[in-house]
Design a protein around this ligand. Structure first.
Ligand code: HEC
Ligand code: HEC
Length: 266
């Protein structure tokens, strides 16, 4: 007691007590306050990084909030998958206005791309970047790969050719060759429908279907060429051309033959 009375009498006692009280309150608060998990901090950090890169590189065409400008479409709801596809194949950032942006060398790290993708995903819900097992053809049976071939012929070959060799489209555009495309980018193209390509929902083409298609494209392009006329493997475009040559040519011959016979009969 004597000590306390002495202390109270001391000139520095009041400020000292105040500091002690403040320390106690601070300590108590840090124990009670909700803790932000480290995963959460990492995520916000990634989104912030993505925002910085987006504002600097993409917003001139797509707007600061991804709302779109006259230079580029709105990115609200395109999802992380569209960004990973467009940046991962080097199409974005677009350099200048072109009818169709070709796949190019990629100048960003996968980390940077995923950061921008995470930021764009905050604009609105859209397809996510697939997980490795969503695109891995591993473990598929021969039948399932053959089924992938049937799915590809039914849904993709009209534009991309029977084995994915690519094909011409109206107005100087084209459906690219898929032989070098990764499984991830095939998945993302199917779900986000770049340019004239239709978007296929999970109801139309399931994740399992996409895996089978990836396996088929892989398989078709690792197959040796058995010789013979591939007709460019371009599918209906060049095949249609041959049908035209042979079909119309044949008809012309028949017509000439009939005309000759007719002349003789008269
Ligand atoms: C010079 C203008 C320009 C810049 C810069 C640009 N874009 Fe684009 N972007 C476009 C145009 C034009 C299109 C539409 C043409 C197309 O689909 O090929 C497009 C399309 C896209 C799409 C596809 C949208 C959809 O509906 O699927 C995504 C995703 C995208 N851009 C992301 C980005 C990102 C991310 C960046 C920055 C790294 C970026 N863009 C930079 C002009 C630009
Ligand atoms: C109506 C025509 C059409 C159909 C049908 C179509 N695509 Fe495409 N596809 C395109 C066009 C055009 C592009 C190029 C888009 C661009 O350059 O932005 C493309 C791009 C792609 C790419 C990107 C390739 C690259 O350069 O990295 C992939 C992968 C792809 N398509 C896969 C498919 C698959 C798989 C199917 C069937 C499920 C399919 N496409 C159906 C027209 C089509």
């Amino acid at each position: 007691m004597k000590f306390l009375t002495n202390l109270r009498r001391h000139a520095a006692a009041r400020p000292m007590l105040l500091i002690l009280a403040l320390l106690a309150v601070g300590l108590g608060y840090s124990v009670v306050a909700p803790q932000q998990s480290s995963a959460e901090t990492e995520m916000t950090q990634q989104i912030e990084e993505g925002k910085a890169l987006f504002d600097f590189t993409c917003s001139s065409c797509h707007g600061l909030g991804g709302e779109g400008t006259t230079q580029g479409p709105s990115l609200i709801g395109v999802g992380a998958a569209a960004v990973d596809f467009q940046m991962g194949t080097g199409r974005m950032p677009a350099a200048r206005e072109q009818a169709q942006l070709p796949a190019r060398q990629v100048n960003y790290s996968q980390e940077q791309i995923e950061a921008v993708a995470a930021y764009v995903a905050t604009f609105g819900p859209g397809p996510a970047i697939p997980s490795p097992d969503q695109v891995s053809p591993e473990g598929l049976t021969e039948e399932e790969i053959a089924r992938g071939g049937a799915l590809f012929r039914a849904n993709c070959s009209a534009c991309h050719g029977i084995t994915g060799g690519g094909g011409a489209m109206p107005n100087g555009k084209y459906a690219p060759n898929l032989t070098e495309t990764t499984g991830v980018h095939i998945y993302e193209a199917v779900r986000t429908g770049p340019q004239q390509m239709p978007t296929f929902s999970k109801e139309v083409i399931t994740d399992q279907d996409v895996r089978e298609i990836i396996a088929y494209v892989d398989d078709a392009n690792s197959q040796p060429n058995y010789g013979g006329l591939t007709m460019g493997d371009a599918g209906p475009v060049s095949e249609g051309f041959w049908a035209f040559v042979i079909g119309i040519g044949g008809l012309a011959m028949v017509a000439t033959w009939i005309a000759k016979k007719g002349a003789r009969a008269r």
